[in-house]
Write a protein that binds this ligand. Sequence first.
Ligand SMILES: [Zn+2]
Length: 329
Amino acid sequence: MIGIALVSSISYAAGRAALRGGATHAGRTRMIQSVASAPVSSVLAAEPATHPGFELVKVEMVDEYTIKCATYRHIKSGAELISAQADDDNKVFGIVFRTPVTDSTGVPHILEHSVLCGSDKYTSKEPFAELLKGSLQTFLNAFTYPDRTCYPVASQNTKDFYNLVNVYLDAVLHPRAKRDSTVLEQEGWHYELEDLKDPLTYKGVVFNEMKGVYSSPDSLLYRAAQQATFPDNTYAVDSGGDPNAITTLSFKQFTDFHDAYYHPANSRIFFYGDDDPAVRLALLRRDPAAQAHPVACGGALPRRTRGGRGGDAHGDGQLAHARGAARRR
Ligand SMILES: [Zn+2]
């Protein structure tokens, strides 16, 4: 632990917000007095949790959102965690991995789909679909951006919320997809032959999804503009996957990508809401992957060689490829 630095109290924060609001001097004084005398929520008044496995880096009040934010570093894995205490029963968790790409095989997008197809502890083949219909979640999804992959969940019920967090943590760190190549075949691509007389075709959830994306003129324009703007780095290729390149992705490339980037040290984790901050730390602490030593996952975005991949005529034309949206297609 390297110290706590509370930058303001809640009543002071609200008073400053009132001053910024342009009220008259007398009005501002009254507002500050009334805010100052308002009871401070017990959630915000509580001291940030401590745990021997975590170093508390700093604590800040964020005036704009009336939250108390504690930033931690998990000592053994190097994971960075922000724990926001808020007087709000909409509890939120997210884990985000930095996943820059150097080609358009769509490996982060296919992995985003695949990790939610069962894990060591949660062996259902479709835990994502089960949680959508069988939990009290208020938000459940996953997103692939050109340089990162995000897994957020939310619930107003504390027990349900921790269940969701446990399923998502196990999904991203211990997915069935690492040991079962049929997940890549299902979510990424595979050959299909309906009848011996028919031609051999490609099928796959992401392959089909991206064929739809590549049929949209808006998407093509956005992707071409992005690629022209950033020709030398990860933004010049398509993290969502070019259908022409998706079918070159091997199982080894797929599992190597997970090994390289899906580690707590390469993640940013956040919690928000009125639940017990100590439980949040314990949840991550229990995961075996969190016991691993830090690995080197950082550094600058990988640069590409111009003209190195003639087939990559497409960048990422979407802000993000959302799993929920893909499922609805
Ligand atoms: Zn998708």
